[in-house]
Each structure stands twice: as C-alpha cells, then as structure tokens.
Design a protein around this ligand. Structure first.
Ligand code: KG4
Length: 336
C-alpha cells in the first residue's frame, strides 16, 4: 500500500451532496459540496424526502465535478468510500448505492465510513501532523461529543449532550428569533452587534462532569424574550452564544485535565463558530495545548473528511463488503 493511494469519498447523510478525492490521507485533491439549504429553507428544517430526491439528482454531477477539478484520472482511484451512517436513511442510501456502483464498475474496494469518525479526521485535514492522544470536541447539528482519541480508530466518548446537540440549540433558538436557517451562522453573525453580557443565561452542568445539556438554555431564551419583548435580537443572540461557548470551553478544559493530553481538536459545524474558535485559541495559547482548528469549510459536512477517514482504513487493509447497509443510527465507535 502506497502513500500515493487515492480515495474517492461521497457524503450524502443530511442536506449536503459532496464528493472529494484525497491522496495520502490528508492531501485534498478536489472537494465539491452542493448544498440543498435553499430547497429546505421554506420548511424551516431538513425534509428527509426532499433531501433524498435532491441527493439523487446531484450525486453523479457532484462526483463528476470532483473528478473534473482534479488532475487525477478516475482510473487512479484506489477505493470508493461513502458515509454509511449516522444520518437520514433515504439520504444515506443514495451515497452508499452510488459509491458501491462506482466501486463495482471500477473494480476497486468499497469502504463504508462512520460520519462522526470522519468529523474527527476533518480536524486533521488542515493540520496533518497528528498528535495522539488528543481530545476532540465534536459539535454538530446532531451531536455534541467530547472524545478521547488515542490512535486511529481508538475513541472513547468521555462526554456528550444529555438532550439537544449544540448545533440543534443554535438552530432552534435562531428559529425562535426568526433568523434564517441554518441557525448557527445567523446567530454567529448577529451576535457581533450584541452584548454577550446583556442577559445571564444559565450554563447548565457547568461544574458537573463532562456531559452537557442545552435544552434548558433554549427554554430560558424563549422565556426571557417573552417576558422582555423589548430586548434586542442581537443581545439575545450574543448572550445565548456566550452561554453555549462558556460551557463547551469549560468542558474541554476539564476533559484535557482528566486525560492529560496536550492536543485538542475541534470538529463539526459548530466548530465554525467565531467565538468558540477565538476562545479555544486563547485557552490553547494560555495552557500550551496544540490546537487543531479546521478551516470553516472542513467543519461542516464535506466528502474530503469521508475520503480521509477511508484512506486510513485502506492503508490498514480494511475494506467493506458490498452488502454493507446504510445505518441511520450508527454511533461513534460502532464496529463497521
Ligand atoms: O456538521 P454539520 O455541517 O452537520 C451535521 O450536523 O452533521 O453541522 C451543522 C450544524 C448546524 O446546526 C449549524 O447551525 C451549525 O452546525 N453551525 C454553526 C455555525 N456554522 C454552522 N453553529 C454556530 N456557529 C456557526 N458559525
């Protein structure tokens, strides 16, 4: 197995159709992401049936674009990978079926990838110098996990949300504030005009272990706005964002102290948040951590992270059978 091996990755777990070519695990040759955000916008959230149909229309054009943007010919592809879970079943099936068909046609192995594991690899795509062990804060629309990663494929979830994911909280609060979806970027933007100390929202479980809880915070925002209709949206957004980030940063510090690691990585869509990135950079500088902060494009769903995670599996001689199914409820660490 050579470092020159190329993996074609396909991602269709939610509302982004993506394809990418990655060589040597971390060299992103091309990466194309086609978002369906506009198609779901008027419904205020992702509609599974619309997502599946949009993936069907986009998946092969997106794969073709990824190939066209790369200097590498399709015959140089050594394996075809796709997200097998977690995600929406209909959406996953499109990417899995496309990847299997391509693998079969090219006579190359198929590799099924866990989307959550791929988010861990996304953190490393912009900083290939992997320094295990590390703590990864994985904060997306569906998950909030604090993961102790000791080696490739060796993960221990040491903290997680007991209710809403961080991204879910951003999206729900944005919906309540009538800001555009996805809510995270909208709150991030308007929060810049607000005062983060305007409202002292609760920081649930701040001094209590490594788990987090965001549903009470969302309720507190709703109650506060109903009781104080004169409050500005910018102040609510800034104070809410401050509360979420305070909790995430405090838990990460505790996780680092407990595990004794020196490296911290961020992953998932919420890792694109300006305040979270700034606070993590400040803490890392003060505490001497090696911080792996992926570019914003690598934080949100993309196929480069799928191809990268698959590359390490291929390097270790691990491929997947063609009858591997889509697994909508896959957890981090579940065997594949
Ligand atoms: O990882 P991701 O693209 O999709 C999955 O959930 O797998 O994450 C999407 C989530 C959404 O909830 C979105 O609102 C949030 O990431 N997000 C942000 C920001 N950008 C995206 N949250 C806070 N600040 C941001 N700048």
């Amino acid at each position: 197995m050579s470092a020159e091996m190329v993996v074609l990755g396909i991602e269709t777990s939610c509302d982004e159709t993506a394809a990418a070519l990655v060589m040597g695990g971390t060299d992103v040759i091309s990466s194309v992401v086609s978002s369906q955000i506009d198609e779901h916008a008027r419904f205020g959230g992702v509609v599974p049936e619309i997502a599946s149909r949009a993936h069907l229309e986009s998946v092969m054009p997106v794969v073709r674009r990824a190939l066209a943007q790369s200097p590498i010919d399709i015959t140089r592809v050594d394996a075809v990978a796709a997200t097998v879970g977690p995600g929406l079943i209909g959406a996953l099936l499109v990417g899995v079926s496309a990847a299997k068909a391509l693998a079969l046609a090219l006579d190359r192995p198929f590799i099924g990838v866990n989307h959550l594991e791929a988010h861990l690899y996304a953190a490393l795509l912009d900083d290939p110098e992997i320094r295990f062990p590390m703590v990864v804060l994985l904060v997306s629309g569906g998950n909030t996990l604090i993961v102790h990663v000791t080696d490739h494929g060796k993960y221990h979830v040491i903290g997680q949300t007991i209710d809403d994911a961080a991204g879910e909280a951003f999206d729900k609060v944005a919906r309540f504030l009538e800001l555009p979806q996805p809510g995270g970027p909208s709150i991030d933007k308007i929060a810049r005009e607000g005062d983060p100390r305007a409202i002292d929202f609760p920081r649930a479980m701040l001094h209590d272990g490594l788990d987090v809880s965001f549903s009470g915070l969302k309720t507190a925002v709703i109650n506060h706005v109903r009781q104080h209709p004169e409050v500005t949206t910018a102040d609510v957004a800034a104070s809410f964002q401050q509360a979420v980030v305070d909790v995430l940063v405090a838990k990460t510090i505790r996780a680092v102290e407990r595990t004794g690691v020196r490296s911290v990585a961020l992953g998932g869509g919420v890792a694109a948040n300006s305040l979270l990135r700034q606070r993590m950079e400040e803490e890392s500088a003060a505490r001497g951590w090696h911080l792996v902060l992926p570019s914003r494009a690598m934080c949100t769903d993309n196929a480069a992270m799928i191809a990268s995670a698959a590359w390490y599996r291929l390097r270790d001689g691990v491929t997947s059978p063609l009858d591997m199914e889509a697994m909508p409820n896959l957890k981090l660490g579940d065997p594949l």
